[in-house]
Structures are given as C-alpha cells and as structure tokens.
Design a protein around this ligand. Structure first.
Ligand code: 5GP
Length: 130
C-alpha cells in the first residue's frame, strides 16, 4: 500500500480539499506555494500514463474542478500543472497556484505552514469545489 493509499484510506491524516469515487485531492505537505495540491487516483498505479484511458481522462476533469476551486480560494494568475514524481510510486498531479513561472520550481525552498494554516487553506479550497 502506498503512502497515498494510506492517506485515501484515512490511515494517515491529510488536509483534504476534494474527493469523489475515483479521485482524492489534498494539500502537499511540503508545498512549493500556498495552495499546492496533489490529485491522486484512488486506484493504485505508479505511473500516470499507465492509468487506463477512462481513469486518465477522469483525473484531468477532476483536476480541472480542483484547479478552479484553487483559483477562487488562493490569489494567483493561474494554476500550474505538473507530473514530476519519482518519490512516491502512486501517480499524482501537482496543482500549483502561480503568478510567475518561478513559483513552480521544485528546487526552491519549500513553504512552511502551521497546521492551522494548512487547515484554513484546505477549507478555503474545499468550500469552492463544485
Ligand atoms: P514527487 O513524487 O512528485 O517528486 O513528490 C511527491 C510529493 O508528495 C512531494 O511534493 C511531497 O511533498 C508529497 N508528499 C510526500 N509524502 C506526503 C505525505 O505523507 N503527505 C502529503 N500531504 N504529501 C506528501
């Protein structure tokens, strides 16, 4: 079981922003920007492009809804999208609010937030999720 499957199952806590039958979205614990969200399929698959076509299409549409909510909740120009992961063997899409390209750099120092701040950010995004 991957760490993300444990998060989906509620065995490891997360700051959830959205969920449906097939996907789960939560705050990245080491965010490169305020409102950095990970979207994962509930079905465990290591590599995004190994997902079956339906799940791959579905995660794009689910991410669109999450990105729309992020953009309403977090001041930004756009929500950037990246799939970069080599760390966790469970496909995940990074959604990152940006005002400039450099806001998406994973080589930058990660942002630090207190649990209360993470909670408030997740709640603000969740409130705008439709
Ligand atoms: P990647 O595989 O995309 O390089 O990195 C995995 C991402 O998942 C990282 O941005 C990391 O901060 C995040 N991450 C790893 N473990 C956890 C966790 O237990 N909880 C949360 N919320 N995020 C995690």
């Amino acid at each position: 079981m991957t760490i993300f499957s444990k998060i989906i199952a509620g065995e490891i806590p997360s700051y959830k922003v959205a969920e449906d039958d097939a996907y789960y979205a939560f705050l990245d614990i080491n965010p490169v920007a305020k409102g950095h969200v990970l979207v994962v399929p509930k079905k465990e698959e290591d590599y995004l492009f190994d997902l079956d076509d339906g799940t791959l299409a579905g995660i794009a549409l689910f991410s669109k809804r999450v990105a729309t909510a992020i953009r309403k909740a977090i001041p930004c120009k756009r929500v950037g999208v990246t799939v970069i992961g080599l760390e966790v063997p469970h496909a995940h899409i990074h959604l990152i609010p940006i005002t400039k390209e450099a806001d998406m750099l994973f080589t930058h120092a990660k942002k630090k937030f207190e649990p209360e701040e993470f909670k408030a950010i997740a709640a603000a995004i969740a409130e705008n999720f439709e």
